[in-house]
Design a protein around this ligand. Structure first.
Ligand code: PRP
Ligand code: MG
Length: 212
């Protein structure tokens, strides 16, 4: 039997709510996070638990058919991948932040500054549009520590509650984009699996309507 292959975040903020929306769609997944692959008992679906940043490439290659992923990750490295549905959870911003003591006037203040980020394409595109050139330092996590250890003058990262910025004495000065979890689709999905996707989307839409 053909199954639709879905990628969800292995660990992190999207993981729980991604499993919850499947559950609300009446899809039971057999095992938890310890295994990297799981199947559903009552829907033709296989679940792959993957690293967020790897998911766009898996979609592009057609190794998975669909994924629940942050829109911000697609904007950073999957602009070619289409979105079937916005899912309304894991809302966040991708923002530029500077130390609280920095007297910030405008985006021009980033000219020549060192910016630490895990979202280089997003930052470069944003600053390019504003005619600003900065020096990027690409790091994969704990970005907010960078100004405190002298690695950078500013950072660009996800802001949700704002508490990570606050704890690191930073202030948000530019919101580059807003994001939420989305259902993304591989450009290589087969016709047969498109039918399964349509069934899933139908259920997701009624769950989202009920959530209001
Ligand atoms: C994420 C993100 C921010 C923080 C934002 O980091 O990179 O640092 O959450 O959330 P907040 O505004 O509610 O504080 P995460 O804790 O997932 O760890 P990582 O950066 O090491 O991946
Ligand atoms: Mg972080």
């Amino acid at each position: 039997m053909t199954k639709i292959r879905i990628a969800i975040q292995k660990s992190g903020r999207l993981n729980e709510e991604s499993l919850q929306i499947l559950k609300d769609c009446g899809i039971s997944i057999d095992n938890g996070k310890d295994q990297l692959k799981a199947s559903s008992r009552n829907f033709p679906m296989e679940v792959f638990y993957l690293r967020n940043g790897d998911i766009p490439q898996y979609l592009r290659d057609g190794v998975v058919d669909i994924a629940i992923i942050g829109e911000n990750v697609l904007i950073e490295k999957g602009e070619d991948i289409s979105i079937a549905e916005k899912l309304g959870f894991s809302k966040c911003k991708v923002s530029l932040a500077v130390p609280k003591s920095f007297k910030y006037n405008s985006v021009k203040d980033f000219e020549g500054k060192r910016i630490a980020t895990s979202y280089p394409n997003t930052v470069i595109n944003y600053l390019k549009e504003k005619g600003v050139e900065a020096d990027l330092h690409i790091i994969s996590g704990s970005v907010e520590i960078a100004p405190n250890i002298g690695l950078a003058d500013a950072i660009c990262d996800i802001v949700s509650s704002g508490s990570t910025l606050f704890k690191n004495n930073l202030k948000e000065v530019e919101v580059m984009l807003t994001s939420e979890a989305v259902l993304a689709v591989s450009p290589k999905i087969s016709e047969e699996r498109k039918e399964l996707l349509a069934k899933l989307q139908f259920r997701i839409q009624s769950v989202l309507r009920a959530r209001g």
